[in-house]
Design a protein around this ligand. Structure first.
Ligand code: GDP
Length: 368
């Protein structure tokens, strides 16, 4: 396995700890000579759209990271440029297998992603890992990044790891994640792993952008302790009981049998696919190959029955509606008349002088 030197990307938060050690690997020699501009120059000036697009297509890691940074930017001035880049990259995207991986903190997600990622790279794949961390926007802390994660994987030339930006609401973060998938695919990554913490809304959103959703579980922890709601199991294509090693092996097998029985009663999320229940030891690597075989079986089966494409089309439509909703909402709250009226209307509601229904009607009428 060829290793390359990686360095901290320019978007690394100032207070980032060791967990942020990763991601940007020096561009391969011989690619666009424009990419060898000095780092400070790259920092201060956004490269031209053509340069970024070419860089992404050539998998120049510096320009790939720069493009994602631009897409993640909340500055209105960057939106147009980002959209142009995405438009140009779109024809090159769509060819990867998109996999969502969820589970409560400590379940072994990062250990599993590292093991799966290394296995896939050995098999000749190019793997992108994107993380969606819902805590970052709320607490400014991070559930996913409290330790050194995926150290070996991050050093692989055929791997690219990108944490979600630590700002914005969940919609914002996932909007960027979805677009980042497009960019990574255009750069030639054929497996995109999207990691999320199985404790809230984020996995529902991640589900809407992946082909396969895998839930990492621990045996004997109790459903409550795992924060596992039936809803999360219902959106999963597979449950993998991790840590099937040592003294824990027995417990894992019992849990697997229990859940294998229980999932029969659930309506599977993906048409024609019955939720699978597997065991693995991410630490020793046992069961990792089986996970990949299962995912291959899923893609083969769903491509044959056309549900793979149907689901992607459905996701695209859903995504369009989401973006329309988002844009309309922004326009509404930024409308000068609405902005002016809303202060007084809020006051009236709080004083009990106005009902929410009339208040909403009144504000909406200012907007239309
Ligand atoms: P995450 O928070 O879900 O990403 O979990 P981590 O991957 O960081 O794992 C949490 C802890 O469980 C770490 O101490 C890992 O070494 C350990 N762990 C992960 N996978 C396994 C496994 O398969 N077997 C055992 N025994 N420990 C594991």
């Amino acid at each position: 396995m060829k290793k390359q030197q990686s360095y901290k990307p320019d978007w690394t938060p100032k207070n980032a700890g060791e967990e942020f050690a990763i991601s940007v690997i020096k561009g391969v020699d011989g690619t666009s000579n424009k990419s060898s501009k000095s780092k400070s120059n790259m920092k201060s000036k956004i490269p031209k759209i053509e340069e970024l697009v070419k860089g992404v297509l050539e998998d120049d890691r510096n320009l790939l990271a720069r493009s994602i940074t631009l897409i993640e930017s909340n500055a209105t001035a960057h939106h147009k440029k980002a959209a142009q880049i995405l438009d140009k990259l779109l024809p090159y995207s769509g060819k990867s297998i998109r996999i969502g991986i969820s589970g409560v903190p400590g379940a072994g997600k990062s250990t599993m992603i590292e093991a799966l990622g290394l296995y896939l790279i050995e098999q000749g794949h190019k793997v992108a890992v994107l993380t969606v961390d819902p805590s970052s926007s709320v607490t400014k802390g991070s559930i996913l990044g409290d330790k050194t994660r995926m150290e070996k994987l991050s050093q692989e030339a055929n791997c690219f790891i990108r944490p979600s930006p630590a700002s914005g609401n969940l919609g914002g973060v996932t909007r960027k994640t979805r677009e980042t998938i497009t960019v990574c695919e255009a750069a030639g990554f054929d497996v995109v792993l999207i990691e999320t913490v199985g404790v809230g809304q984020s996995e529902i959103t991640v589900r809407s952008m992946v082909d396969f959703f895998l839930l990492v579980m621990i045996a004997g922890a109790g459903d409550e302790l795992q924060g596992i709601k039936k809803g999360i199991i219902e959106i999963s294509d597979a449950l993998v009981f991790n840590k099937a090693d040592g003294a824990n092996k027995q417990k894992v097998n019992v849990a697997r049998a229990e859940f294998a029985n229980a999932v029969h009663y659930l309506k599977p999320y993906s048409k024609g696919w019955e939720t699978k229940v597997l065991t693995a030891s991410a630490l020793s690597g046992k069961g990792i190959e089986e996970i990949w075989q299962m995912i291959l079986e899923f893609t083969e089966q769903s491509k044959k029955s056309k549900t793979f494409d149907e689901e992607r089309k459905r996701q695209s439509l859903q995504w369009m509606y989401f973006l329309i909703d988002e844009k309309l909402k922004t326009q509404f709250y930024e409308n000068p008349k609405v902005k002016k009226e809303i202060v007084d209307i809020k006051k009236q509601i709080l004083e009990g002088k106005l009902l929410a229904t009339s208040a909403a009607e009144s504000l909406l009428s200012k907007f239309s």
